[in-house]
Each structure stands twice: as structure tokens, then as C-alpha cells.
Design a protein around this ligand. Sequence first.
Ligand SMILES: NC(=O)C1=CN([C@@H]2O[C@H](COP(=O)(O)OP(=O)(O)OC[C@H]3O[C@@H](n4cnc5c(N)ncnc54)[C@H](OP(=O)(O)O)[C@@H]3O)[C@@H](O)[C@H]2O)C=CC1
Ligand SMILES: O=C1O[C@H](COP(=O)(O)O)[C@@H](O)[C@H](O)[C@H]1O
Length: 507
Amino acid sequence: MSTANGSLRPLPIAPADPAVFVGFGASGDLTRRKLVPALVNLRRTGALPAAFAFIAVIRQADVGKSLADDVLKAADEHLDSPLTQEERDWFLGRIGVVVGDVEQPILYADIAARLTELQASHGTGTNALFYLATPPQLFAPIAAGLGKAGLLDEAAAHGWRRVVVEKPFGHDLESAIALNRALSGVMEERQIYRIDHYLGKETVQNLMIFRFANSIFEPIWNRRYVDHVQITVAESDGIGTRGGYYDEAGALRDMVQNHLFMLLALTAMEPPISFDADAVRDERLKVLQAITPFTRAMVERDVVRAQYAAGRIKDADVRGYLEEDKVAPGSSTETFVALRLQVENWRWAGVPFYLRTGKRLAKRVSEIAVHFRQPPFMMFRDTAVRSLNCNVLVIRVQPEEGITLEVDAKVPGQALDLKTVAMDFKYDEVFAQTPSTGYETLLYDALTGDQTLFHRADSTEVSWRAVMPILEAWPSQSRPVCYAAGSWGPEEAHELLERDGRAWRRP
Ligand SMILES: NC(=O)C1=CN([C@@H]2O[C@H](COP(=O)(O)OP(=O)(O)OC[C@H]3O[C@@H](n4cnc5c(N)ncnc54)[C@H](OP(=O)(O)O)[C@@H]3O)[C@@H](O)[C@H]2O)C=CC1
Ligand SMILES: O=C1O[C@H](COP(=O)(O)O)[C@@H](O)[C@H](O)[C@H]1O
């Protein structure tokens, strides 16, 4: 059974169902920086139920002693305003800790006992949301442990049981299939919430509203009017402390296969027949299925992989990727990818989609730029106007969230002169509420049983299938090319568009 999309929720927002949140990997970075702050934000907006408790599942007993205090202290740094004493006491009174080894059945018996305890003391009822914020190789063992202990059996529990699975969802197609199989062996698809925090971002959700709640864009949203689309997710940060994970993953797995493909899917999808979760996910899936498979020749020609070298960002020297902690000597892991792909369907045949993402680029900015075709020049041919610019619609995902439409206007005066001007919508000028990190929305959706903004099993596999030919071709190709930290990527990425008579937008 599918669920209804949260975008259609009536205001004011109702508190989610009473539940216990069971966080695996609760001593980790994600819990501190994103999950706990998101839960605090949900409570601030009245979206967290009063009957709520949090079980932190960790492996080191000594960490457990101060864990509740530590995560709240860390959360403080990621909130717009620090926790009040009332909030601190509220959360402290609701956090329980369970220590153990995720491979051992006893851990799950302890979790079950703790659940019963908290259900009684906090009146949470029997709903439980299990959140897997651990290294990915533990997702399947944890699911198996939960399954064997009967913790996912909703009939026996008399309440819902849901599992949020963090990214990366697999390392390649084969491992994604295996993980889907492991999950579906112990629970129903409707219980699985594969997270992609980009889908929770306000601006990303707004893409569907922008396209389908306004009548003026849809008629021109196709190959007749669109020349090409550019999707950029640029980061100025490097890999930080995540070298161990990143060196195994690289930008294609870390960003393209999931986040950029979701931006692509939402940009290119057909209108769903409703906001029903499966109706929306069906349409996103069809876009991924329509990506023209990459041949080796296409990988060679249309995919640029690169790695950052030392450079300067914001007036500071930064080291190159190979000097980062936990990166293998001489690693050929890419920190930048630019590619050109085609969505072969009736709407988009012949329209190139250019995607690029990278670490240590000139600035942090994510945007989708839809470049429309040029108008016929005919009317201007005997005038001083030398060329016409094409209209560009830019959806700014982050930061400075908003939407800009670039149009040509006449420069005031007697001569005929044109200038490109921007019609601008900025979230922070229109709405009091600033767009969230995405985790608030996704946690609320998981707590209310809305799967729209989560990946379904089929889409994880189809997106891996699309990138596999690239991953398979790379080892036999030359090393990634270099780009200086603080730049907009390697020259080859610019050539990718120049070859087609186009250029990347400078965000
Ligand atoms: N951090 C982020 O911004 C993002 C993270 N993610 C994903 O979230 C997940 C967690 O990431 P993150 O919090 O950064 O990772 P961390 O390495 O910071 O934390 C991992 C957590 O898992 C625990 N853990 C590690 N090994 C074991 C084990 N063998 N048995 C039991 N527990 C174990 C760690 O416990 P201990 O403290 O004892 O080591 C820690 O609590 C990953 O899948 C990551 O890809 C996704 C997007 C963004
Ligand atoms: O999933 C990931 O996303 C972040 C970028 O997220 P954003 O919300 O800050 O844009 C990226 O840095 C990280 O490498 C990747 O794993």
C-alpha cells in the first residue's frame, strides 16, 4: 500500500504518531550533526509527538555514560538557537542507551526490553522507528538481527515498525541488489525508508510544486523549447574526516548515483497521476530507466573524472586530495565528476543533461539550470543587436535558495540594446521560515508513514545500473585529471560543453 505525499499535508502540521526512535550508530557524526538537531527542530514546530522516546544503540559502554549529554551539546552547535533548559530536560528524560554488538542476538533482546520499558514510562505505544546510522556494511546484519528478534513484526507488536536505511545504499549494483534482498527478507517494502537527504530539501520538493502547480512552465518543459539542462552540486569543503569512506566511494557513488540523479529525476519526470507515494516514485523511476546506457566510448567522451590538487579557497591554502587523511597513496578516486547524459523519452529526446559535482570547488552551490532555446534572430537582423541570449531558469537548491528566470530586456534609451536581467524569487525574502537541512522533513515523513521522499528498491537498482558502465570502464582508463582546489573543476569539464557549443553557467 502506498502513502500520501506530505507536500499535501494540511496546516497546521499535526504531531507525528507516538513512537520510540531507535538509533543505531548514535555515537556517530550523523546523529550529532543532523538527526538530533532535526528532532529538536521538529519538537519546536510541534511536529514531534509528546509521547516520544529515543534509544541510542552504541557499542562502547564508556561512551554511553555521557552520550545523552554529548549529543545534546553537539546538537546545540547545529541549531539556529541553542537548546533551552526545558528542551534539554525534555530530551534527557527521553534518551535511553543500549550497548552491544550488532552481530549478537542479545543486543536485540536488550533493545526489545528497553522498548517495553520506555513504552510504559513514556506512553509511546508500540510504534518504533529503527534508524541505521552506522557504517553501511552493518545495514544487513542489523536488519537481520531486528528481524530474527521479531522486532519488525507489526502484527505481534500491535504497532508500526519502520527502518530508515542511510546511504550509501550499496557500493555497486550487485551489493545494492543483495542489500535489497536482505531487507526484503525480514520486512515489507512499505516498512523500508531508504533515505536521500536531497529529497528532503525544501527547494528540491518545491521542484514538483513549481512544475505542476503552475500552468505556464509545463507546456515549454520539453525538447521543443529546452536546449539543455545543467545540474551542479558544488562543494567548497574537502573530504574532512571521512577519507576512509570517501576513498572507497568517490564522487560518482557518493553524489551522482543518488543525489544528482534525484535532481535529474524531479526535473525530467512526467506529472504523476497523484501525489500518492508510489505514483511519484513511479515517475522518478521512469526517468532513471530512460537514461541512455553508457557505452565505453561514451564514458571516454562524455564523462570527466578528476581529483583536486592543492590550491586556495577563501584566501587559505588547502592540501590536495592525495595528502588528505586516510586516503590511499596514489589513490585514483575521483573527487569531481562532470558528465553528459541523455534521457531517451518522448519529452527529452535529443536534449543533453550535463551533471557536475565535486569537492573543493570555488564555492558551495547547488542548482538546476534549464536553458531554453534561442528565439529566431530574424526580427533583429538589421539592428545593432549582435546576438540573443537564451532564457535560463535557475532553481537554486542551496544556499540562497530561490528561483531566477533570466530574460533579455531593452536597455532604456533611444538605441536598441539588450541586456539579460533576472526575475528573482528568494526564499528568505518571502518566507519567514528558512529551508531546513532535509532531515526534519524526512524524519517526520518516516514517523508518519510517508515514503514519497524515500527511494524504493527498484530505483536504487536502476540508478546503480546507470552508473555501472562508468565504474567498469574507469579502471582501464587513465588516472583522473587534476583540478586546483578552489577552481571550477578541470579544463576537460569545460571542454565537455564547449564541444557542444555551450558553456557551464558560473553560479
Ligand atoms: N555524517 C554525515 O554527514 C552523513 C552520514 N551518512 C551516513 O550515515 C551513516 C553514519 O555516518 P556517520 O555518523 O558519519 O559515521 P560515524 O563513523 O561518525 O559513526 C558511525 C557510528 O556507527 C558505529 N559503529 C561503527 N562500527 C560499528 C560496529 N562494528 N558495530 C556497532 N556500531 C558501529 C560507531 O560507533 P563508535 O562511536 O563506537 O565508533 C558510530 O556510532 C553512514 O552510513 C554514512 O554514510 C550519510 C550522509 C551524511
Ligand atoms: O550525502 C552526502 O552529501 C553531502 C552534501 O550534502 P549537502 O546537504 O551539504 O549538500 C556530501 O558532502 C557528502 O560527501 C555526501 O556523502
